[in-house]
Design a protein around this ligand. Structure first.
Ligand SMILES: *Cc1c(COP(=O)(O)O)cnc(C)c1O
Length: 444
């Protein structure tokens, strides 16, 4: 069964983020196996021949409460019988209203206006356009430039690439990307010099932001950041002090702070939103990935009253004329509501605290490994870097993890665990064992 689906997929499906030739090169160190999945249940994925894989990276950071979750399934079945979709321009519906109200409440009412799209990159572009257009609407069109952090990832559409600083995604398209985003030093704690604490590194990076804004604040529209964890940079983690200082500096220089919580929102870092750990609120926030529990494509930009109000006018041209066909899709919003219900009813954030400790314990034996550096964790994300000059390390590790019943997909030489929140203690132990075995096999 498996073999048939593999051949047909390789012939007809152009897979994302993949050199398709690596799928064909069996036997080569570059080989990347294509894994056919027949069904999912809880934290596990099953192929057509009965082989299973523990989803240690939540299917690209999207899944929160397991595959085929009975409660989300039931909500979607009910929604299917009621309303699957209606255009959101000129129309509204129950799931989109309830979801917008609940997301606003989760920001303490600070971000009370929800603009929807379908994927994370679109949310980034919406936030950038909103900030830019806000400054035009309030008569300050010179504020038109953006700031992002070294190693930032905010999506891969051409507009989002302007604030993405990951060479492998950006370099080939550099001529297509507008140059107006400036890249600032990252507060990544790994950049610390001898004796520096993570908070010191954060203050040093914030000093770089302060210098830049002193000179260029007048023409800066917004700073966009991934709060606390820069995922695609290789789970680069940083101290909340950076967010506190960035908020102060953005206020002083009248610059919007955009928090891209697409990966870190919905409890991933130990609080519902990561920015809460700095006791700040952004002006705009992008959400996606976990928002629908990992079920359906849905993203949203939440904005402050101040930004929203600047678009209200008799003139249509001052409105935010942005749309996607599936904006506010009823099924996706209903999956998001079911996801929020689970958070509310199960005290998920508290339950995750004990899982966080179990994940740390599962990886602790690696702390003394001669080729492991910077073992680190923030809530339900744990990572370490592997010292090796093998250019095929990530694919070797990935194959070895699959052989040990785990889906783990390193980013370069960074191995990370980001399991769904329903993962059991035994399953965490399984992930720990698979990680240690895969590391030995990949380095052998
Ligand atoms: C995944 C991600 C995006 C892009 O979302 P897509 O749905 O893949 O377009 C943007 N920002 C961050 C921080 C992400 O992790």
């Amino acid at each position: 069964m498996n073999a048939d689906w593999l051949a047909r997929s390789q012939a007809a499906v152009w897979h994302p983020c993949t050199q398709m030739q690596h799928h064909a090169q069996t036997g080569s160190p570059a080989h990347l196996p294509l894994v056919p999945i027949a069904r999912g249940a809880g934290a596990w994925l099953y192929d057509f021949d009965g082989k299973r894989y523990l989803d240690g990276i939540s299917s690209w950071w999207t899944n929160l409460f397991g595959h085929a979750n009975p409660r989300i399934n039931a909500a979607l079945r009910d929604q299917l019988e009621t309303l699957e979709h209606v255009m959101l321009a000129g129309f509204t519906h129950r799931p989109v209203v309830e979801l917008s109200e609940r997301l606003s409440a989760l920001t303490g009412g600070a971000l009370g206006h929800a603009f929807y799209a379908s994927d994370g990159a679109s949310a980034t572009e919406i936030a950038l356009k909103m900030s830019f257009h806000y400054w035009r609407n309030v008569g300050r069109p010179e504020k038109a430039e953006f700031l992002c952090l070294a190693g930032s990832y905010h999506g891969e559409t051409v507009g989002a690439l302007a604030v993405t600083d990951v060479a492998i995604f950006k370099d080939a398209y550099a001529p297509l990307v507008r140059a107006a985003a400036h890249v600032l030093p990252s507060p990544d704690f790994r950049l610390g010099e001898a004796g520096e604490t993570p908070a010191d590194v954060a203050r040093r990076a914030a000093a770089g932001l302060a210098d830049w804004l002193e000179k260029h604040g007048q023409r800066t529209a917004a700073l966009i950041v991934e709060p606390l964890v820069q995922g695609a940079a290789g789970m680069a983690m940083y101290d909340p002090e950076y967010l506190r200082l960035a908020r102060e500096l953005c206020d002083r220089h009248e610059v919007h702070l955009i928090c891209d919580e697409i990966a870190v929102g919905f409890g991933r870092t130990g609080t519902f939103f990561a920015h809460e750990q700095a006791a700040i609120r952004p002006d705009l926030m992008c959400l996606s990935k976990g928002i629908s529990g990992g079920y359906l494509p849905l993203s949203v930009v939440l904005s402050s009253d101040t930004i929203y109000a600047a678009f209200l006018d008799d003139s249509v041209a001052r409105a935010f004329l942005h749309s996607h066909s599936y904006t506010g899709n009823a099924l996706a919003c209903r999956a998001a509501l079911a996801t929020l219900d689970i958070f509310a009813q199960n005290d998920v954030i508290a339950a995750n605290r004990s899982k966080t400790g179990k994940i740390a314990a599962a990886l602790a034996p690696l702390a003394g490994h001669p080729q492991v550096r910077h073992l680190r964790q923030r809530g339900m994300i744990a990572a370490f870097d592997v010292v090796t000059d093998d250019p095929h390390f990530s694919r070797r590790f990935y194959r070895a993890a699959l052989d040990n019943e785990a889906l783990l997909r390193p980013i370069g030489n960074t191995v990370y665990l980001m399991p769904p929140y329903i993962v059991s203690d035994d399953e965490i132990a399984h992930l720990g064992t698979a990680t240690r075995r895969a590391l030995d096999l990949a380095l052998a």
